[in-house]
Design a protein around this ligand. Structure first.
Ligand code: AMP
Length: 120
């Protein structure tokens, strides 16, 4: 079981990290967790999340940005392991206009086919 910094007991992704809600893990280290999206929009659709409850990229600052940077450092390792040598897209939705549905910072990795020019 992993510990989440500033965990929110009502947060879906905090509960996934803590193993209280099942997920298909593809990567984990001390600072981030990655798992397959339950409703994939591409052949490969992975979510990378920090083991710190940060509601979105809109609240990043010098006190928590290292957690986000660590997720970004994990992404190339995950992409290589998934065979995404032809490219992939990284998306982080912020707030209602962007369609953010889970208020725990997450980076979508989308790949495995030619993605449409407009996609979120
Ligand atoms: P966003 O809309 O950017 O907030 O992304 C949230 C993502 O979480 C969506 O792509 C959902 O399909 C995904 N999601 C929601 N619940 C689960 C779950 N239990 N396991 C895996 N992915 C999930």
């Amino acid at each position: 079981m992993s510990i989440v910094i500033n965990a929110d007991p009502d947060c879906l992704f905090c509960n996934i990290i803590e193993g209280k809600i099942p997920s298909t893990k593809v990567y984990e280290d001390d600072h981030c967790y990655a798992f397959r999206d339950i409703a994939p929009q591409a052949p490969t659709h992975i979510l990378v999340i920090p083991k710190e409850h940060i509601p979105s990229a809109d609240v990043l600052d010098e006190g928590n940005s290292a957690a986000a940077a660590h997720c970004l450092e994990a992404i190339p390792k995950i992409a290589r392991a998934e065979g995404l040598e032809n490219g992939y897209r990284i998306i982080s939705n912020v707030g209602p206009d962007a369609g953010q549905t889970v208020k725990h910072l997450h980076f979508h990795i989308l790949g495995g086919r030619r993605l449409p020019d407009q996609m979120a």
